[in-house]
Design a protein around this ligand. Structure first.
Ligand code: NAP
Length: 602
């Protein structure tokens, strides 16, 4: 074969077609992913040399058994755990492939021998967006009988919601109903994910090793989705990022404080793409910790041992436990410890709606004050969840800002029940000034990506701080010279105070980086106006953009906004496409499954 000379590429014996395919495949990969590709290719080469046989590309329908790991993830936890399982399985020599649920070829389910599913459940018992299709398929009439399948399911959820781990439970029961056998029992992980996930991973791996014992010689690692390389700085080993800027970006008189943060990633080895999130490990406000110690009548310097670690109580409450978010397990522990009849009654299943109101409205400190209780410090720590990192959608494109990362943070700080209340991360971030550092990591979000085709139009809907990733999108499209049009819907309370990044949007409109901007300032008029009203008003044009192939993105609040926007989209598609509501809804679902409609909501 003749060597093909390609500009900027070393000479190679690959034919031009293969070379072009390879170049396309690696285009846009991060340095970490490129290292992974290099390492994987090298291991394939060693394997091919040893066996004397050429490498044959894996086709999903191969007969050789392997462990298929599929994840459905909204905020990245399920993906992270699935990746851990994949990494550990391949280190143990098991042939493994890892896939996001929407990339799983459903027709292969009937031939699958070993399957591990890691899947989260959203607020009201819904699957994550990337797993809707697979969950529907497995639950539906077309699902095949699965007598030869061995499987295990790890469900993730929040036990403060009544339908805790509903999707994990549903899949576990349905696979068994289809004739499959459990390799490991269903795991149901709460917000303190690792407590259940770690032993589940151990069991799932152990059972998979047992199942594969006789088959290891035929083992071949077949990752159809790259197991991301362990970067040096991760969730468990965050980078101390220097704060370069920390500015309030709402005008005086605004009812809420919103801040724009710029952090340095220099020297971290961290990389991100538009759509990714910045993870931040918070610390609880010292004033709140003081309120706790006061309410508990405990000495903050007292050493407390919990789960094998001894720390002063103040340190436990500052850096190790969630003390700003009320959870059902905490209410239950308090109710039982103090035999508080009112709380015990509130935990009855019939009162689930009232409990939900309490969990959303109050913080644990409110209950500690309302239900005074002599706690043993160890019991208190056991009742509280471990502190978890907060995720902020990244508000910058690294093409535009180099080794920096920007975030948009609404500061949670309000009066309730006669005292000051704070959010953990936002007050921590707000209080870190420009010579401080913050412990951060990058959480990638493959479902929330700009279209690969730069000529495609995009429609972005981001009220409040939900506008953050769209700043990154517009920066990126300007930097790459993407020819597709960019349309932004933004809403907030007041035009004069809360127009986040106003001058940047105006500049972007002027220079052509943004083609259209529709605004909904909800509290400037007697009747509140929200972004969905603007969507409806521009229905015909929006429909035309969608018909023309535009990608649609929504970021912000999941509990109300995302649902109302979804409903408005169905209405306008039905009206302007002359479709029945069911058909419009099915079209939107299809866009969701294809990834042409992506949501970053929580
Ligand atoms: P916010 O102040 O709660 O609301 C922003 C605007 O949305 C206001 O004008 C509000 O109007 C309006 N709104 C209220 N209900 C609505 C509905 N049902 N449909 C459409 N619009 C509605 O916003 P925020 O505090 O900035 O919070 C934004 C949300 O985004 C949070 O839930 C946050 O967790 C989420 N989020 C943030 C990021 C980030 O990186 N910062 C990323 C992803 C998600 P009213 O005057 O009626 O209240």
């Amino acid at each position: 074969m003749n060597a093909v000379a390609v500009p900027d590429l070393p000479a190679t014996t690959l034919d031009a077609g293969k070379l072009s395919q390879l170049v396309q495949l690696v285009d846009g990969l991060s340095p970490a992913d490129l290292c992974w590709v290099a390492a994987w290719s090298a291991s394939l080469a060693v394997h091919a040399q040893r066996s004397g046989a050429p490498v044959k590309a894996a086709s999903g329908a191969e007969a050789a058994p392997r462990l298929t790991i599929v994840y459905g993830s909204q905020t990245g936890n399920a993906r992270r755990l699935a990746e851990q399982l994949a990494r550990r399985s391949s280190e143990a020599g098991l042939p493994v492939r890892l896939l996001r649920a929407d990339a799983y070829p459903q027709r292969e389910l009937a031939q699958e021998r070993y399957l591990a599913l890691v899947i989260s459940t959203q607020g009201e018992g819904e699957p994550p967006d990337d797993a809707r299709g697979l969950v529907e398929f497995i639950a539906g009439k077309r699902a095949p009988k699965l007598p030869t399948l061995q499987f295990s399911v790890l469900g993730l959820g929040d036990s403060s919601y009544p339908l805790f781990c509903a999707i994990g439970r549903q899949l576990d029961a349905r696979l068994a109903e289809l004739g499959a056998t459990r390799l490991a029992p269903l795991g149901e992980a709460d917000v303190d994910v690792e407590t259940v996930a770690t032993p589940w991973l151990d069991t799932a791996l152990e059972q998979a090793r047992e199942a594969f014992k006789t088959n290891l010689s035929a083992a071949r690692i077949t990752p159809l989705h790259a197991v991301s390389n362990q970067a040096i700085h991760t969730r468990d080993n965050p980078f101390a990022a220097a704060v370069l800027a920390n500015q309030c970006i709402v005008a005086r008189g605004s009812e809420r404080e919103v801040r724009h943060l710029e952090l340095s990633l220099e020297g971290s080895g961290l990389h991100y793409q538009p759509g990714d999130a910045l993870g931040v490990w918070p610390r609880n406000p010292s004033a709140l910790v003081a309120q706790w110690l006061d309410a508990l009548q405990m000495d903050g310097e007292r050493e407390v041992t919990h789960q094998g670690r001894t720390l002063p109580l103040r340190r436990w409450l500052t850096a190790e436990r969630e003390i700003t978010r009320l959870s059902r397990p905490f209410v239950k522990a308090l109710a039982e410890a103090g035999k508080h009849a009112a709380l015990i009654d509130l935990l009855r299943p019939e009162r689930v709606a009232e409990l939900a109101v309490l969990l959303a409205r109050d913080q644990p400190i409110d209950l500690l004050r309302h239900y005074p209780q002599a706690w043993e410090p160890e019991a208190l720590l056991a009742a509280l969840r471990p502190l978890s990192p907060r995720l902020y959608s990244i508000a910058s494109s690294s093409r535009a800002v180099g080794e920096e990362v920007h975030a948009t943070v609404a500061v949670v700080d309000y009066q309730a029940h006669g005292s000051q209340h704070w959010g953990a991360a936002s007050s921590f971030l707000a209080a870190t000034n420009e010579d401080g550092t913050l412990p951060v990591f990058i959480e990638s979000n493959e479902r929330f990506r700009l279209p690969a085709d730069p000529a495609r139009d995009i429609i972005m809907i981001g009220p409040g701080t939900g506008v953050a990733p769209f700043r990154a999108f517009v920066q990126e499209r300007a930097e790459t010279g993407a020819s597709g049009r960019n349309w932004l819907f933004f809403g907030n309370r007041h035009f004069a105070q809360d127009f986040l990044y106003q001058t940047e949007w105006q500049e972007a409109l002027k220079c052509g980086a943004l083609h259209r901007l529709d605004l909904a300032f909800s509290r400037d008029t007697e009747q509140r106006i929200h972004v969905q009203q603007r969507l409806r008003e521009s229905g015909a044009e929006l429909y035309a953009w969608l018909k023309g192939g535009a990608c649609l993105y929504v970021c912000g609040d999941s509990s109300h906004m995302a649902k109302d926007v979804h409903a408005a989209l169905i209405d306008l598609m039905a009206e302007h496409g002359s479709l029945a509501p069911d058909a419009a809804s099915a079209w939107l679902d299809q866009l969701l499954q294809q990834g042409r409609y992506a949501r970053d909501v929580y």
